[in-house]
Design a protein around this ligand. Structure first.
Ligand SMILES: *[C@@H]1O[C@H](CO)[C@@H](O)[C@H](O)[C@H]1NC(C)=O
Ligand SMILES: *[C@@H]1O[C@H](CO)[C@@H](O)[C@H](O)[C@H]1NC(C)=O
Ligand SMILES: *[C@@H]1O[C@H](CO)[C@@H](O)[C@H](O)[C@H]1NC(C)=O
Ligand SMILES: *[C@@H]1O[C@H](CO)[C@@H](O)[C@H](O)[C@H]1NC(C)=O
Length: 451
């Protein structure tokens, strides 16, 4: 007979099996519901309101000039839905054509019941070096743009925000001539009152996270769009003393090829959010989200190909996976789909000519899963175009549209993630064809979690 404790343990195992399989896959194409585009929230941050995560960042679909500040929502940090533009392009002014609007960050002001957004505002040659402020009564609604200025008269490019437990809040601001600043915000969070700390070292992309009474400031060195070994510094008081800058990822990895944008607490877990910018096609920049371990005054970033994050449990690497090959003889290729040679692909082959007017189709059969669970399947692909491609992916009779950003990384296939219900057993069917009459990607293989 099972004891109550056994039942609780069994229940937990069931919960883990059924709920905790969705995965964060860094550097993949993340298709947003509502747009069917790779998520456009670069240089962004996340704010949690009533158990919903809102991811706010830059839309780079059309290059570096300002298009919009976007907001996406999710309850699990994996499945993201586009909600709307918080700021949109205007005919002139700070939000007009050919303007720079970067690193939007939002905090909530409890006294005024207002969401306050700060961002970097600049001319196209980055000569103005100002901050902009916008406010809204709704986290993911339209924001009212208040204007721009140089905080305390100093240049400001990359920014971050930090709200402390006592509700005092701070602007983190890269001042090119002088260094990195922490400036105290006014009580309504729409202006700065005074400087709290100034590092003479040149660090940008700043983000503060507080853990067990220790403030951790993260940021990158100044190497443009290229990545470098990002740094952190700690203190028990925002006024300092702050420790010397140190690496939090292994030296030489360039922070696993990413630049800090935000640090998010998720239950007892801490997640690092970085951008892997692709300067030649900024919309195809990817998101490098990785587990960050903070202990005492030490920060350590872990590299994971994919990982499972939840508020209730410590994060884990993802489960072992099977890798069904597109060119496998057990698959069905029809309507013009053909096996291509692909030097970077597993097995040296991919399947191409999916979609198009002939409707090329690749059908995988016998995809196995140990559990009936919603999980994250990766479609590994190559897309040699300079624009996204799309595919209709049908899993056990249900269809989804997936985006595929250009795979400009030499011959190495990229992944596009699909969050989908698989059945226990080996009878899952996955079919990939084009979207409309466009060409889909060349598919290397699937990556399917065993559970
Ligand atoms: C895209 O950017 C180009 C160059 O800045 C501009 O001429 C064009 O109007 C933009 N298109 C959209 C849809 O924003
Ligand atoms: C912001 O603060 C500065 C310095 O105290 C002040 O000069 C400026 O007028 C303030 N801006 C607004 C919009 O209140
Ligand atoms: C391709 O085939 C599918 C399945 O038969 C169909 O639903 C879809 O409309 C076709 N697409 C085109 C472009 O013919
Ligand atoms: C899935 O099932 C197979 C066969 O029983 C087993 O070898 C494998 O360890 C299981 N994988 C996981 C992640 O539980």
């Amino acid at each position: 007979m099972l004891s109550k404790k056994d039942l609780v343990v069994a229940g937990l195992a069931l919960l883990q099996g059924s709920l905790a399989s969705l995965q964060i896959v860094p550097a993949a194409t993340w298709t947003a519901a509502g747009t069917n585009q790779h998520v456009q929230a670069h240089g962004g941050g996340i704010i949690e309101v009533d158990s919903v995560y809102y991811w706010i960042g830059e839309n780079k679909l059309n290059g570096s000039a300002f298009q919009s500040v976007n907001c996406y929502s999710s309850t699990n940090l994996v499945e993201w839905a586009f909600v709307g533009e918080l700021l949109s392009r205007e005919s002139s002014g700070d939000l007009g054509p050919n303007r720079i609007v970067e690193r939007p960050k939002v905090i909530y002001n409890d006294a005024t019941s207002t969401y306050v957004m700060w961002m970097h505002i600049d001319s196209s040659n980055y000569g103005e070096a100002k901050t902009g402020v916008a406010v809204s009564s709704s986290v993911c609604g339209k924001y009212n743009y208040l204007g721009s200025f140089r905080p305390l008269g100093f240049q400001s490019r990359d920014i971050g925000l930090f709200k402390d437990e006592d509700r005092s809040a701070y602007l983190l601001s890269e001042d090119r001539p002088n260094g990195l600043r922490i400036d105290r915000l006014t009580d309504d969070y729409t202006n700065v009152t005074s400087n709290t700390y100034l590092w003479p070292q040149h660090i940008e992309a700043p983000a503060i996270y507080k853990n067990d009474g220790v403030y951790f400031m993260f940021g990158s060195q100044l190497t443009g769009w290229a990545t470098n070994d990002n740094k952190y510094s700690t203190a028990t008081n925002l006024k300092g003393p702050w420790s010397a800058w140190a690496d939090f990822a292994p030296a030489g990895t360039n922070t696993f090829n990413s630049q800090t944008t935000f640090i998010l607490g998720v239950g007892k877990n801490v997640m690092y959010m970085g951008d892997r910018w692709l300067s030649s096609n900024l919309m195809a920049s990817t998101y490098i989200w990785l587990p960050l371990t903070l202990s005492g005054t030490t920060a350590t970033l872990t590299e994971e190909e994919s990982w499972i994050l939840s508020e209730q449990q410590p994060w884990t690497p993802s489960h072992t996976k099977t890798i069904p090959e597109a060119e496998s003889p057990s698959n069905t290729l029809s309507k013009g789909a053909v096996i291509l040679s692909c030097s970077g692909c597993s097995g040296g082959k991919s399947v191409g000519y999916l979609g198009g007017t002939s409707n090329g189709t690749l059908q995988f059969s016998g995809i196995s899963s140990n559990d009936t669970t919603k999980t994250t399947v990766q479609v590994r692909y190559e897309n040699g175009d300079t624009k996204q491609r799309y595919a209709t992916v049908t899993v056990n009779g249900k269809s989804y549209v997936l985006a595929f950003i250009p795979s400009t990384n030499g011959n190495t296939p990229f992944s596009s993630t699909l969050n989908v219900e698989l059945h226990a057993g080996d009878s899952n069917a996955i079919t990939i064809r084009g979207y409309g009459e466009g060409w889909g990607p060349d598919v290397d293989c699937l990556v399917v979690p065993e559970r």
